[in-house]
Design a protein around this ligand. Structure first.
Ligand code: 3HC
Length: 321
């Protein structure tokens, strides 16, 4: 049983009774709210997940943001601006949700900027062509929708409610990406080649986004037990495959996996090996763009220092008055 911050067994009778009552609430599908009793491990897991989710939203603006000034039309520029702005809002939503668990914004940001907190692997790759913007919207945001639709059923109230608003906007993100991919797939041979190249480069990183395989996912068991996750990493990855493979095939695009095959018995698309050594290399900070992303994030934090100082001075003046 978990009752302490390190996930150790807690022997006190009262703790055991509280934990049983807590788990009965989860089993009844009740939402746990900030003021409710919760095991320290439940709190720790949520702070870990939600803060890293928020970091991913903020860092995730960088790859696509690089194309705002190079969008092929004013309309595409406006759509991309709206999407990137949405992601910033998602980050704020999620930092707020994490703060309801008692962690300060500064702590979360310090962990990220010091390289102690993770953000999604997928944002550590370069966006080489305009097709990347389409493929990120279509594949990466679709993967995020699958994950976040699951989290909208999460047992922690503030996280589940944040997901409802975020998922609505993610659907627009996916649709605009899908529109770009369809246009390019039906375009000139050069445009078709460009979007196929983008699919080839983003396919593996997107599959990795769902997390390591279930047998190598140490957090999943307790997250499932306490209703934070309702599906495992592999289950969501499979839903992604079964949806996106037929759609990309319908566009005449190929999947960069020679072992890909449809299994009549299970009705699932089965894939070859995912490059988990690459995944862990990127998670360790050795991906193609990790250093660039962190440098940009640290610079943005430095550039915003005067705003934080002005707000702190104003708040101090208000309390002194
Ligand atoms: N990138 C980086 N690290 C990852 C990862 C990924 N794609 N997947 C897993 N990891 C890390 C985990 O954080 C964990 O490390 P930690 O214990 O130090 O935090 C370790 O690998 C083992 O993985 P687990 O499977 O045990 O971890 P989880 O059970 O937490 O599952 C997860 C990973 C599915 C990402 C889960 O944390 C989750 O659902 N998080 C919330 C959603 C989220 O963060 N999404 C990120 C993308 S946001 C986005 O796409 C924005 C959109 O607008 C584009």
């Amino acid at each position: 049983m978990y009752g302490t911050t390190t996930g150790e067994i807690d022997e006190t009778q009262e703790e055991q009774e509280r934990l049983l009552a807590f788990e009965a609430r989860i089993a009844r599908g009740e939402k746990i709210e900030p003021g409710d009793w919760m095991p320290a491990e439940y709190r720790r897991q949520l702070i870990r997940m939600i803060s890293q989710h928020a970091h991913s939203e903020i860092v995730g603006q960088l790859p696509e943001g690089a194309w705002i000034t190079r969008a092929p039309s004013l309309r595409r520029k406006m759509i991309l601006l709206a999407k990137v702005q949405d992601e910033a809002g998602h980050g704020q939503y999620l930092y707020h949700a994490a703060e309801t668990l008692g962690v300060r914004r500064e702590e979360m940001l310090e962990a990220l900027l010091a390289g102690k907190a993770k953000y999604s692997n997928v944002f550590n790759y370069p966006t080489l062509t305009w097709a990347d913007v389409g493929v990120i919207g279509y594949l990466v945001d679709f993967a995020a929708i699958l994950n976040q639709t699951m989290l909208a059923r999460c047992s922690y109230g503030p996280y589940a409610r944040a997901m409802v608003r975020i998922c609505a906007e993610e659907n627009f993100h996916k649709k605009q990406g899908q529109d770009i991919v369809i246009r390019l797939a039906q375009g000139t041979p050069c445009q078709r080649a460009m979007v196929q190249d983008a699919i080839n480069r983003w396919w593996q990183p997107t599959l990795m986004m769902f997390g390591p395989p279930d047998h190598d996912s140490p957090n999943t068991p307790i997250l499932k037990r306490w209703g934070i996750k309702t599906k495992t990493n592999d289950e969501l990855r499979q839903v992604f495959l079964d949806t996106i493979v037929p759609e990309l095939h319908a566009l005449g695009l190929t999947i960069p996996d020679p072992d890909l095959r449809y299994d009549e018995g299970s009705g699932h698309w089965l894939i070859g090996p995912i490059h988990w050594d690459e995944f862990w290399r990127v998670v360790r900070g050795e991906g193609p763009c990790n250093k660039e992303r962190m440098a940009a994030r640290i610079q943005a934090h430095e550039d915003g220092r005067w705003v934080r100082q002005a707000l702190a001075a104003y708040a101090q003046k208000q309390t002194a008055a």
